[in-house]
Design a protein around this ligand. Sequence first.
Ligand SMILES: *[C@@H]1O[C@H](CO)[C@@H](O)[C@H](O)[C@H]1NC(C)=O
Ligand SMILES: *[C@@H]1O[C@H](CO)[C@@H](O)[C@H](O)[C@H]1NC(C)=O
Ligand SMILES: *[C@@H]1O[C@H](CO)[C@@H](O)[C@H](O)[C@H]1NC(C)=O
Ligand SMILES: *[C@@H]1O[C@H](CO)[C@@H](O)[C@H](O)[C@H]1NC(C)=O
Length: 456
Amino acid sequence: MLVNRLIQSVLLATPILCSDGFYKLDFDVRKGFNLTEVVDDFFKGIGDAIGDTLEDVGDLLGKRENGSQQVPLTNERAFYITTLKIGSDASDVRVLLDTGSADLWVMSSKNSYCTENGGSMNCDQYGTYNEDNSTTFSKNDTEFSIQYLDQTFAKGTWGQDTIELTSSLILKEGNLAVADETDSNVGVFGIGYKSLESAQDKYDNIPIQMKQQGFIEKICYSLYLTPAESEKGSILFGGVDHAKYTGELVKFDIVPINGVVRHFQIPLNDLTVNLITPVQSATTTASTLVSSPSPHPTIALIDDTINQLFGKNSKRDDNVITLNTNGLFDSGTTLTYLPQAAVDSLISKIAPGASYNSNLGGYQVPCSLRQEGNSVSYNFDNKKSIEVPLSDLVMIAGRDSMNQQQCMLGVVANDDHTILGDNFLRSCYTLFDLEDNTVSIAQMKYSDDEDIEVIH
Ligand SMILES: *[C@@H]1O[C@H](CO)[C@@H](O)[C@H](O)[C@H]1NC(C)=O
Ligand SMILES: *[C@@H]1O[C@H](CO)[C@@H](O)[C@H](O)[C@H]1NC(C)=O
Ligand SMILES: *[C@@H]1O[C@H](CO)[C@@H](O)[C@H](O)[C@H]1NC(C)=O
Ligand SMILES: *[C@@H]1O[C@H](CO)[C@@H](O)[C@H](O)[C@H]1NC(C)=O
């Protein structure tokens, strides 16, 4: 059993913990194609960052219409920005919270890419760290080097310093890297598995040190995201917040990759499409946007044939998309990635005949799909279903020349990995347990209430 309220109230009385046993770290969610771009947008205060709203994506569409700046939305990443205080002088450093990597690194004020040091990057906006100013810093002379998928890189030295995550969680001798050469103007706070650490000699990263220093009882954290519009969230280290979900929280063993537990993936059997208004025939999506035909135009036809052959009784099964794969929970991904066959099947069920926009890397679908009540249920190992409103999976992508809203499906094809990104995680309260190697999920409930319990 995951949690036991009765046991908790007894155990809390024992002097194991320094404090509450759980720590909530709030963050802002930003989207974009690389670290620099996202953070620039965020701190320039030009409103919501790229990808946040219809106008933003509309801009992208607009640029495509004129045949330039064709960055497929499918490469878009989600970034969780939070603030840490580091060193004896407690300098504020903003970092990107990342479950997909495992190192904490911050930018040194000596970074050669900064304008102060002869480079061209403004490094002051988000806070830099000057190790010389901190009497608690010690460096261990081992080189640090990391490169992210978006080509952003950071190089520097490993060391230790005092790290304040919240006013009541101040880690001593926290392991961190100080980058004196990086083209990212913001550091990264990776909280994933040790196996993801960039260092050759694996070390105890921050979540592990939290337990070692008695702040949490178990190396685990719960992820909460707010609705798409508000773009906020929190990570709760060491605990679970019962006020943030409905129904039961169900536990799954993480499926290892080549025997090693690295990513948070669990068995995903199938999807069920629930539409308030059944789709009758091919939808006409009037569009002035450049679009290429669907790569699989015959699917709708096949579906029609099946309907004719099996009649109305097949209706219920018709709504099911079989996957029998593992779904990888990735907070750093904005969209959802499914095998091509599953995407084709989804399209045939919600918008047969929808056109594929190769510039966007996705399907244009009717915005009416966003109507309340439409949803997709994700069935995990026949043990738990999570329902995601279609309004989260169908993104408003701007307006056409007739001022009609244009929408894009936030589910794209990838035969290598099934990735459940932000547009799924916003509906799924998730507890990641890095000690037991489990992921526990429940239907998200957006709420400011708290009912937090320590995990033992
Ligand atoms: C980040 O993205 C922006 C805008 O898309 C681009 O101008 C910049 O060169 C990119 N930076 C890196 C390091 O890729
Ligand atoms: C795209 O072209 C139209 C005219 O065809 C022009 O009005 C508009 O400003 C252009 N947009 C961009 C982003 O260049
Ligand atoms: C380090 O200390 C110097 C002098 O005390 C100060 O000017 C500078 O702003 C400090 N740097 C940081 C990153 O805190
Ligand atoms: C320095 O710290 C890093 C990260 O904690 C570790 O991988 C490395 O082995 C350490 N080097 C030495 C010489 O202790």
